[in-house]
Design a protein around this ligand. Sequence first.
Ligand SMILES: [Ca+2]
Ligand SMILES: [Ca+2]
Length: 172
Amino acid sequence: ILLGLLCLFLLIGFITVVFLCEYKKYVISMLKTSQAMFLFDIGMSYNCRENWVALSDSLYQVSSEKKSWEESRQDCLQKGAHLMIINSREEQNFVNQFKKYLWIGLTDSETDGIWKWVDGTRMTTSYWNRGEPNGGRTENCGEIRFYDSENSWNDAPCSIEKFWICEKRVSP
Ligand SMILES: [Ca+2]
Ligand SMILES: [Ca+2]
């Protein structure tokens, strides 16, 4: 009986999730102005069909295509998000788990050797792989590369097309 109840609860949960997704799609189709859509998106804070994954106060989405660092940055902005900013060991270990080469929101394009996050803050804690960053003026964008090591970062030429990871804050 206990198992039966558990199954019932799971079924109800599943139906609820599917219903909410369909409902959201319906409302989005009704709201044609982009501003209303943006507000609604923040309100729901969870995108059913877009594979956002939650960790602490943020949602993360790994891209399914490859783009340059700048195009990746733009893609995240269009989604009301930004390229991932790593400021905890938890986030660092989390991003390695995708086991993919991924652009993150780190660049030293402005001043070589001064690494900044896409929100303008200086990088303080870093997880560079041994010998990195080694690109000087030719490698100005940060990526997750050596994901089997905690220190997985590499600097790479920004024009190379790679997968990327967006981050969206849920609470302010
Ligand atoms: Ca550089
Ligand atoms: Ca490098």
